[in-house]
Design a protein. Structure first.
Length: 268
């Protein structure tokens, strides 16, 4: 079982958790940090080589969590153009195309291998989607998508994998292809999520920023940081809140606190 609540209060740590995080202040060396940045694409490519399409579950919760996909239509059968920025192997893309026949999707990913997996999927059709390789921090989306043409952008568990100093470049890039008045739907790891508390010492890259054993990185967002990030690039904030879940494993009597940040940011 699990319960879920949404709100503006960050998760409160237990005294043991707070003590453990306070102790963990040693940062990974600058040399290693630069190496991780340089090899970021290679590390994600290797991740997909190891896990192929089996790591992430298909995300059938997207339309439930993001009613905006339906709400942003002006009439029932209106064809929507969406961009899934950071599509991975299509766990979000294909359930969406199956559930909503009036969608054309652009989708891109940092990993060339992930893009190949998407193209090999039986559900892939060039009439319904265009998938391409893209480093959102430096490759111009306008090379593949017309300016001001997209109704909805989904940015789901993507920004956390990017160095915090480069996140604004992603938002700037997306802004160019989004129609005025339309929005970015965001979901990613929140501060003090269970995954953040599980990092061993010597995994810390910076404030709320960590490296996994496979070299992929993860940032854990606060509501304030996310708000500033989007507003600095000209977006208006519509929704920005923590989603706190407690997943219970009855067999092992484990309670796992999950924290995500969910938001909706509009281009004026």
């Amino acid at each position: 079982g699990a319960f879920q609540r949404k709100g503006h209060s960050a998760r409160v740590l237990s005294p043991e958790e707070a003590e453990r995080l306070a102790k963990d202040q040693v940062l990974v060396s600058e040399f290693k940090q630069l190496k991780l940045e340089k090899e970021a694409q290679k590390n994600w490519d290797l991740f997909y080589k190891r896990n192929s399409t089996n790591f992430f579950k298909d995300r059938h919760w997207t339309t439930r969590e993001f009613q905006e996909l339906k709400a942003c239509r002006e009439f029932t059968d209106q064809k929507l153009t969406i961009l899934e920025a950071g599509c991975g192997v299509g766990n979000c893309l294909f359930p969406l195309l199956e559930e909503d026949l009036n969608i054309f999707a652009y989708a891109c990913d940092f990993s060339p291998r992930a893009v190949e997996y998407v193209k090999k999927n039986a559900l892939y059709s060039t009439e319904r989607c265009k998938v391409f390789h893209c480093d959102l921090t430096k490759d111009d989306l306008l090379d593949n998508i017309p300016a001001d043409s997209v109704d909805v952008v989904t940015l789901i568990f993507v920004l956390s994998a990017i160095h915090p100093d480069k996140m604004h470049l992603v938002l700037k890039n997306i802004y160019k292809v989004l129609k005025p008045g339309k929005c970015v739907l965001f979901r990613d790891y929140g501060l003090y999520d269970h995954a953040m508390l599980r990092f061993k010492s010597s995994s810390k890259l910076g404030e709320n920023f960590y490296v996994r054993q496979d070299g992929t990185r993860s940032y854990f967002f606060t509501e304030e940081f996310l708000s500033q990030l989007f507003k600095a690039e000209g977006y208006e904030q519509v929704v920005n809140e923590y989603v706190q879940r407690e997943t219970v494993n009855r067999k092992e009597d484990l309670r796992v606190p999950r924290v995500f940040l969910q938001g909706k940011f509009q281009k004026p």
